[in-house]
Design a protein around this ligand. Structure first.
Ligand code: MEV
Length: 323
């Protein structure tokens, strides 16, 4: 085999962001919008990338230079993923990668992690390595940490395993939850959040108020544990209430921001069971849970608060080989 196409889903964190960076659990669901990556072995010893969704066209580098020098932002994850695979499983060939996304890299759906996962899975197929999901996770998570230094890795896990996961930092626990028909409403702020910057802001706050911030993480953890039970029971009322609790704590961490707050309050006032931000905060997306009779009014309220509704399927399949 010389060429393979692989796809992986984006993700939305349901509960537990930020605290999950510090050893706590979170709940995450894989969304229907996917990234497709084609990886081809070529004779010339060069790495070549086309990723039009992140403005990368015909980026080239000798294989021997992988991971060295500067790389454009949109190329980094794919390049370092190839470099990490190569150093663990040496091979002689050039690599041509093309990625195509069904969602904007601005949404915070985890496009970098999903494309990293696609590349590792594709190389595992092309070189018949038969890597397990955990081995794909370890190499992909290493890639994310090599680039970002920080990050819990739940987006990597969602891209690999799919479904809805109970996840603990660094993949210490990755548990699939049997949750069906999550009635999730998603609103996009139109603002791109820079996760690393926001995680660093929270870290600075924790340096000044270590005990207080630790207590917040512990409270978030207890909400995640309750939310896991309420989601498994399809108890959307309690799950919504827990979203509101979780949001209050995220506000205390200083990551809510006015635009998200407007959309979240609009959703609640229109009758949602609850609403919160999803991801790093200060931008990206918010999520809400609502009964079928309220879905329309909640979506309208989010739109009136200048959010953009994104229709998502949740709980979808993880990384897979495409025909
Ligand atoms: C960002 O989507 C979620 C954070 O918890 C960071 C992470 O888990 O890596 C803020």
């Amino acid at each position: 085999m010389k060429k393979v196409t692989v796809s992986a889903p984006g993700k939305l964190v349901l509960f537990g962001e930020h605290a999950v960076v510090y050893g706590r659990p979170c709940l995450v669901t894989a969304v229907g919008q996917r990234i497709k990556t084609t990886v081809e072995l070529i004779d010339e010893p060069i790495f070549q990338l086309n990723a039009p969704d992140v403005s990368i066209s015909d980026y080239k580098k000798p294989m021997s230079e992988l991971g060295k020098g500067e790389a454009p932002k949109g190329a980094k994850f794919v390049e370092i993923a190839v470099a990490n695979f190569l150093s663990k499983y040496p091979f002689q060939a050039g690599i041509k990668v093309t990625t195509k996304s069904q969602f904007s890299s601005q949404f915070g759906f985890g496009s970098s992690s999903a494309s990293t996962v696609c590349v590792i899975k594709a190389l595992s197929e092309l070189f018949s390595k038969k890597l397990s999901n955990k081995q794909i996770f370890d190499l992909s998570y290493k890639t994310v940490l090599d680039i970002q230094r920080k990050g819990s890795g739940f987006d990597v896990a969602a891209a690999i395993y799919g479904g809805t996961l109970y996840y603990v930092t660094g993949g210490k626990v990755i548990q699939s939850l049997n949750i069906e028909n999550l009635p999730l409403i998603v609103g996009y702020t139109g603002v791109k959040a820079d996760t690393v910057t926001i995680v660093n802001q929270v870290a600075a706050l924790a340096k000044k108020y270590p005990k207080q911030i630790e207590n917040i993480y512990t409270s978030i953890q207890s909400i995640v544990e309750l939310a896991k039970i309420s989601l498994l029971k399809s108890d959307w009322q309690s799950s919504g209430e827990l979203m509101n609790f979780n949001e209050g704590l995220l506000t205390t961490l200083g990551v809510e921001g006015k635009k998200l707050a407007d959309m979240i309050y609009a959703a609640r006032e229109a009758g949602a069971y609850g609403a919160k931000l999803s991801g790093a905060g200060m931008g990206d997306c918010m999520i809400a849970l609502a009964s079928p009779s309220k879905v329309r009014s909640v979506k309208n309220a989010i739109t009136q608060a200048e959010g953009q509704i994104i229709n998502v399927k949740t709980n979808v399949e993880g990384v897979r080989i495409e025909p």
